[in-house]
Design a protein around this ligand. Structure first.
Ligand code: NAD
Ligand code: ADE
Length: 416
């Protein structure tokens, strides 16, 4: 069993603790659930392995699971997203965390292998790297897993592919697909934190800029909305005709990336797809264009092509690299093409992670109770869980809603 923890510097723990307490204040639903179940210890004797961005919000989830009796093992979901002070606070409060900002590819792999080798009963993931490891090289460590959860769209896509091939080893809850997750986290969380990340990386004026958003899914919609709110002219690119039409009727300009590449000042990818900004687009871009990615993996902008085309590269700001093209144009890549909102900023604000991680926590409780009897497939979060999270969130916001009367219920069920 892996022992202890590995973080950058445990002397950062008190800074991390203050930050976690700030998140707790803004995550009232998760804190209420944590309080409700702490007495009965529903996860006693269970090992939970998690691959999540190590942020103050993840800390609130990890400590809730610990309070419910679990032994928690935590690896990061990205080599650049760890908040070192938070990792330090977790390490000194009983969470087995193996994460530091700027870890190499092999250190990231080591962290995943370390948490997988805890022989977990429950696996929480954001992007499915841990699930995939437990279905491949570390398959033996999966024999006692009763179930897993998945936080993001790209991870759910990977798990559905495993299910289609009949290779899924345990049931998985698609937490991403809960209404109280994707409608809020993907849209408003990523919308706000992506603007935040680009501002911290580049600190440019957005008013009057042309911002190109690739993908008009839940993430792209939020990003387009928030950039418009900052006074930018937003162009959306899509491959899905219905979503493209939706973007048009939401008032955005829709164009192909070939057209948009020539006019954009800032490009943000949010598709979950690869090479959406490709070599030919990079060749067409204006001097000074800024490139950022909000999708899960760093494959959406063809960084390899950018590296290959450029005659020189230098870091001009903490999260901004300048690439000089043979014709003298300079292109700027934020956060090395990784999730800009988590690398250059702090990820989604706590209020929205409150709902995502309440869904994670409730899914873990369900798996602990029922996982053994569940089919090995990707499961939807039950509607009643979504409604419970939404009701609790409204309650904590002091918002009351109406209830159907008996007469209204009968009316809505009648064909007359
Ligand atoms: P989604 O499926 O709702 O939307 C993706 C959209 O991209 C779709 O409309 C699709 O048609 C479009 N698309 C695909 N290929 C394209 C291409 N070549 N050009 C233009 N459009 C294309 O998914 P989503 O929930 O919006 O998630 C998008 C990505 O963001 C995923 O990788 C997801 O895991 C990630 N994500 C990141 C964060 C974050 O914190 N940065 C948060 C949530 C989700
Ligand atoms: N994904 C996006 N924002 C996040 C956050 N604040 N914490 C953990 N995972 C996240």
């Amino acid at each position: 069993m892996p022992e202890g923890y590995k973080v950058r510097d445990t002397s950062l723990a008190s800074e991390g603790r203050a930050s976690i307490e700030w998140a707790e204040r803004h995550m009232p639903v998760l804190m209420e659930l944590r309080r409700r179940f702490s007495g009965e210890k529903p996860l006693e004797g269970l090992r939970v392995a998690a691959c999540l961005h190590v942020t103050k919000e993840t800390a609130v989830l990890a400590e809730a699971l610990r309070d419910w009796g679990a032994e928690v093992y935590l690896a990061p979901s990205n080599p650049l997203s760890t908040q070192d002070e938070v990792a330090a606070a977790l390490a000194t409060s009983g969470i087995h965390v193996y994460a530091w900002r700027g870890m190499s590819g092999s250190e990231y792999q080591w962290a995943l292998e370390t948490v997988a080798s805890s022989r977990p009963h429950i696996v929480i993931d954001d992007g499915a790297d841990l699930h995939v490891l437990l279905h491949g090289d570390l398959r033996d460590a999966a024999s006692q897993v009763v179930g897993g959860t998945e936080e993001t769209t790209t991870g759910v896509i990977r798990l559905r592919a495993l299910e289609r091939e009949g290779r899924l080893l345990y049931p998985v809850y698609a937490v991403n697909d809960a209404l109280t997750k994707f409608m809020f986290d993907n849209r408003y969380g990523t919308g706000q934190s992506t603007v935040d990340g680009i501002m911290r990386a580049a600190n440019i004026l957005l008013a009057g800029k042309t911002v190109v958003v690739a993908g008009y899914g839940w993430v792209g919609r939020g990003i387009a909305l928030r950039f418009r709110g900052m006074g930018a002219r937003v162009i959306v690119t899509e491959v899905d005709p219905i979503r493209a039409l939706e973007a048009v009727m939401d008032g955005f300009t829709v164009a192909s990336m070939d057209e948009a590449a020539r006019v954009g000042d800032v490009f943000v990818t949010a598709t979950g797809n690869r090479n959406v900004v490709d070599e030919r687009h990079l060749k067409a871009m204006k001097d000074g264009a800024i490139l950022a990615n909000a999708g899960h993996f760093n494959v959406e902008i063809n960084v390899e092509a950018l590296e290959g085309m450029s005659v020189s590269k230098r870091r001009v700001r903490r999260y901004l690299d300048e690439y000089v093209m043979p014709d003298g144009r300079r292109l700027y890549l934020a956060a090395e093409g990784r999730l800009v909102n988590l690398v250059a900023a702090e990820g989604h604000p706590s209020e929205v992670m409150d709902m995502s991680f309440s869904n994670q926590a409730l899914a873990v409780l369900r798996l602990a109770r029922e996982g053994k009897g569940m089919e090995r497939k990707v499961h939807r979060i039950p509607r009643e869980q979504d409604e419970m999270v939404a009701r609790l969130k409204l309650e904590t916001m002091g918002i009351k809603i109406d209830e159907l009367t008996e007469e209204q219920k009968r009316y809505l069920q009648s064909w007359k």
